[in-house]
Structures are given as C-alpha cells and as structure tokens.
Design a protein around this ligand. Sequence first.
Ligand code: FAD
Length: 341
Amino acid sequence: MLKIKKQVDLSRYNTLKISVKAAYFAIIKSETDLAEAYIWAKDKGLSVFVLGGGSNVLFSHNIKALVLKNEIKGVSVIKETAASAWLEARSGEAWSTLVNFAIERNWGGMENLYYVPGTVGAAPVQNIGAYGVELKDVFVSLRAFDLQTGKVKIFNKEECKFAYRDSVFKHKYKGRYFILSITVKLSKQAKLKLDYGDIKLKLKEQGIKKPKIRQLAEIIRQIRDSKLPNPAELANAGSFFKNPEVSLSAFKKIQGRFPEIKFFPSAKAGKIKIPAGWLIEQVGLKGKRFGSVAMYEKQALILVNYGGASAKQILTHVQRVQKAVEQKFAIKIEPEVNIIK
Ligand SMILES: Cc1cc2nc3c(=O)[nH]c(=O)nc-3n(C[C@H](O)[C@H](O)[C@H](O)COP(=O)(O)OP(=O)(O)OC[C@H]3O[C@@H](n4cnc5c(N)ncnc54)[C@H](O)[C@@H]3O)c2cc1C
C-alpha cells in the first residue's frame, strides 16, 4: 500500500541540499502506486510534483503539492536486429544504470552521456547532453501518465520538441505528465563521437587511437571526475546556466570588444553559442564566495552550496550573476536548472 507522509524535508532529495518541506510526499515504486497517488491527490484537490534524483531542481520555497519521488525501475531489451538494439527503461531507474546496460553489451550511442546524474524519466525533460551527444540522438519514444486526465500517452521524438537542454516538458506540458518509460535505439556498429577537445586530449595522453565503447565511457568518467564537483561532497546541480545563443551580428559586436571571446556553433541557423562559464569568469564571479554560495572555482558554470545556503540566498546569487553578465556583455543568461516556484 502507498505510504503518504506529511511535511517531509526535501534536503536529502535534491543535490543542492536545499531544505524546504513537501506538504505531502510519497515514494512511487510502480505504476499502481502512481495511479493510487493520482486518485488521492485528485480527491484532495492537490497538485502533484514529480521528483527524480533532484539533480536539476532548485526548490525556491516549501512545496504545497504531493511530491512523488520516482523509483519505478527496470531496463529491458525490447527488439534486436543485426545492426541495432532497442531498450526500454523505466523512468525511476538511474540514468547511469541504463548507460551501463548498453556499455556492457557493447551497444553504442549513449556512452558520451555516461555519468550524467539523475533518473531516466528526467532525461527527456531537458534533453540531457554531454560531450557532443544529446538524448535526442538515441531517443525513439516515451510513455507518460497524464496528471490531468489519468490517461497514458505515447510521445514520439517529434512530439517531444527536443532542443538544446529543452523539450515540450519544460513549456507546453510543464508539470503535466509523469514520464513512465523511454525507448532508445542503439547501434551495434557504433561510430563513436570523439571530436570533443577533452576527449581527444585524453585519448592522446593514454595512447588510444581507436577506443572501444567501454574505453570511451571510462575517459568520459575521468574527464567528469576532474571537472565536476561530486554532489555527495559539495552540493550542486551541475551547470546552473545554459550557454546563451546569440545572433551572428550580436556576436560580432561582442567579439569586437572582447577579441578573446570563446564560442562554438549552435544547432540553430545563424546563431553562435557562447560558453556561459566564460562570461561568468569574465565578470570576476568564478570562485568568489558570497556566504555559502559561489560559482565553482574550477568550473564557473556550476553553482555550489558550501553548506546551509537557503533558496533565497541561491536565488539572490543567480540574479547577481545574471545582472553582472548582462551589464558587461548585454547578454541574458538563463538557468538550465528548474527553479520550482
Ligand atoms: C554533478 C552534475 C553533473 C551534471 N551533468 C549534466 C550533463 O552533463 N548534462 C546534462 O544534461 N545534465 C547534467 N546535470 C543535470 C542533471 O543530471 C540532469 O538534468 C538529469 O536529467 C536530472 O535528473 P533527475 O532525476 O535528478 O531530475 P530532477 O532534478 O528530479 O527533476 C528535473 C525536472 O524534471 C522533472 N522530472 C523528473 N522526473 C520526471 C518524470 N519521470 N516525468 C516528468 N517529469 C520529471 C522534474 O519535475 C523537474 O522539473 C548534472 C547535474 C549534476 C548534479
């Protein structure tokens, strides 16, 4: 039977370690649990908030809703041909378990996304991406429970409207669906993506010319370990801001003033992506502490909580960073992390 608790502190359920309370809280281990929770919340006129690993949220205050911590687990092979394999993963499964499942079988496509924290169900919400690969590159479809109607809907890739750290689940359908499972298609003759600078460097250092999937995954792990703070040791939610995309003409103007500016091409025609971490560094906020909050000293894009920071202190810092960047570069940087209001 489903257990619903009252007034649960969420600090152990989010990697920024923000202490806010959920009015109601339940751990969901099956679709039956979810159906029960849905009816319970509907009867009480309460809204529902879906929580995975809490590695991409900033709770700004106590949550009046029923918070459902998703632990619906399992990964299975649903189809196989000589060239490809289709996996279905349930949404409460750790993303890393799904990636490991593929690596063990030497099936390629997700190895660059190795070690991204969080659950499978959150991956489509922001179309997770790392080292030149995004979820959309392997994504086939997902099943989702409609929290308004109680019905299950299948979304194909097009319907998810994936973009850079973005999908329909951050806009039109924000908070509307509980994603139940996703299906990905992997390759048995994968062409590995090795063009990212850090990957090339590590391969050279280790004298590897043609890495196997497992070797590439291990290299990704090493790169991530050397750059990203482990949330178990230093509270953070990964990259806090998205890299801004500006028009070519706007970029040229900035480049005129700051010839050393870093940039890379955007998937959007006519746009240039500027690393938000570089912008933050230029305004002198890398590693500069304000109480318990700072942009991380080794990677300016990551907002860290050295302990005990409140949501208010973090939000003040977010605005401080945005304002400083806007004043110097006339660019508005937007959070990648979901700010839960
Ligand atoms: C150290 C570190 C490194 C990171 N590196 C990367 C990276 O390289 N690339 C990258 O893209 N991200 C990265 N992230 C961000 C994060 O790992 C991803 O966004 C991840 O997908 C979040 O998963 P989660 O389960 O923790 O989601 P949560 O934080 O629990 O939720 C995030 C959002 O998704 C919604 N959600 C969660 N589960 C579901 C569901 N089943 N159905 C519907 N909505 C749902 C939530 O309501 C919330 O709005 C990093 C984070 C950390 C802490």
